[in-house]
Design a protein around this ligand. Structure first.
Ligand code: CTP
Length: 401
């Protein structure tokens, strides 16, 4: 299973320079399991060619309402019915204005009018155009009608300016689109997630670290956010971009992570500890770089606080979910962790196998809670995260009844 498995996504591409990114978007949507059909506006076809999208989507790419080759491709009504969601990326100011006023003067606008599927727009335009009163009121009108606005973000623009109007990156668009299919069963619930590795400094240039990439924790935070939760992500050092629309706090060491968590956790309903926290840190951090003038170097380590155990021990604390990374005797160690830390749930990650755990894009999890458990079979991390968060939501509601 993948996060968009079997979903029919109609991608409309309109005439902006960001159209070149839509080719990558098609590939990513298909990687996420979606079937994709692309419609280009005639302006888009001047930036990118139908052939590119035909090759990437595996389907004909119409551009005109009255195609000369009518019959070889789906008509506008068929496409409107086929779509489970319509995403227009990039959506130009002109397209937004036409949609706001219900025009049906080209194929894409006609499909939008004729479809009852959710419509999502990824605006991309010059910052002045985005800030213009006309665009603002068109956007407001569309928002009121339930159209989903994905972005834009601030940043450098193709015109050389800097400001709001940049299209979200394809990866973020896929994530946001996936969210449209998830009912907001965690609306009003505050979730805290820890993710990534903690790094324990030895001296100004060296540290003790681990192989956690943060992917699983970030995917869990995103899945909770997609389910409607208000999310705080507390992340160790990771190369991943911060997920949008959530509070993200970056920390380095276990001590810093502990402090950030304990400060904010009283306001949370669910705590998910996906971080790979170092159990030990060097007793002393050398202020200067340690030189190799000794034949032996002894590194004295002291225990770090156990963040999960400390949160589990809080009176009236949140519903607590821990992760366990194990290479052997998985069930036994996981049960011991569940009991030892008095967690509400433990998700066990079998590490050391090819294709799961640290750094991998896929994972499988064994889930344990007091008196029960289940297995989430191998899948992409976003899909596993989605299933895990669903399970957490169910258990949270059962135990807090
Ligand atoms: N954890 C934590 N703080 C720590 C250590 C671990 O919050 N100082 C959390 C992790 O985020 C994870 C769970 O505890 O959710 C289990 O971590 P793991 O490292 O697998 O287990 P440990 O408790 O450290 O036990 P061991 O090293 O013996 O496997």
């Amino acid at each position: 299973m993948k996060e968009l498995n079997g979903k029919h996504i109609l991608l409309g591409v309109t005439g902006g320079i960001a159209a070149y990114k839509s080719a990558d978007l098609v590939r990513r949507l298909r990687d996420a399991g979606a079937e994709v059909r692309v419609v280009l506006s005639s302006a888009a076809a001047r930036f990118v060619t139908p052939l590119t999208f035909r090759a990437l989507s595996g389907h004909p790419v119409p551009t005109e309402l009255f195609e000369p080759e009518a019959g070889s491709a789906m008509g506008h009504i068929e496409l409107a019915r086929w779509a489970d969601a319509i995403l227009i990326a990039p959506a130009t100011a002109h397209t937004i204005a036409r949609l706001a006023h219900g025009l049906a003067d080209d194929l894409l606008a006609t499909i939008c009018l004729a479809s009852s599927a959710p419509l999502a727009l990824a605006p991309a335009m010059n910052r002045q155009m985005w800030c213009n009163e006309a665009t603002r009121s068109n956007i407001e009108l569309l928002r009121e009608r339930g159209v989903h606005l994905l972005g834009p973000i601030e940043g450098n623009q193709a015109c050389g300016e800097n400001g709001p109007g940049r299209m979200l990156e394809p990866e973020q668009l896929v994530r946001r689109l996936t969210g449209l299919f998830i009912p907001p069963y965690l609306a009003g619930v505050r979730v805290m997630v820890t993710a990534g590795p903690t790094l324990e400094d030895i001296d100004p240039v060296r540290y003790l670290g681990n192989r956690s990439s943060g992917k699983m924790g970030y995917a869990v935070a995103t899945a909770a956010q997609q389910a409607g939760a208000e999310v705080v992500l507390i992340s160790g050092v990771s190369s991943l971009p911060w997920p949008d629309r959530m509070e993200c706090i970056d920390v380095r060491s276990a001590i810093e992570m502990h402090e950030a968590v304990m400060q904010r956790v009283p306001r949370c309903d669910i705590f998910i500890a996906a971080a790979a926290v170092a159990d030990y840190r060097p007793q002393q951090q050398s202020k200067q770089k340690i030189k190799k003038d000794l034949s032996h170097l002894k590194l004295e380590l002291v225990r770090n606080p156990d963040i999960l155990a400390d949160v589990c021990a809080l009176t009236n604390g949140p519903f607590c979910v821990g992760f366990a990374a194990e290479t052997e005797r998985v069930a036994e160690y996981a049960q011991a962790k569940l009991d030892g830390k008095r967690a509400d749930m433990i998700a066990v990650n079998r590490v050391g196998l090819p294709g799961s755990g640290f750094e991998s894009d896929e994972n499988m999890l064994e889930i344990l809670w007091p008196g029960g458990g289940t297995t989430l079979p191998r899948s992409t991390k976003p899909e596993i995260a989605r299933q895990l968060v669903e399970l957490i939501g169910q258990r949270y509601k059962q135990t807090r009844k």
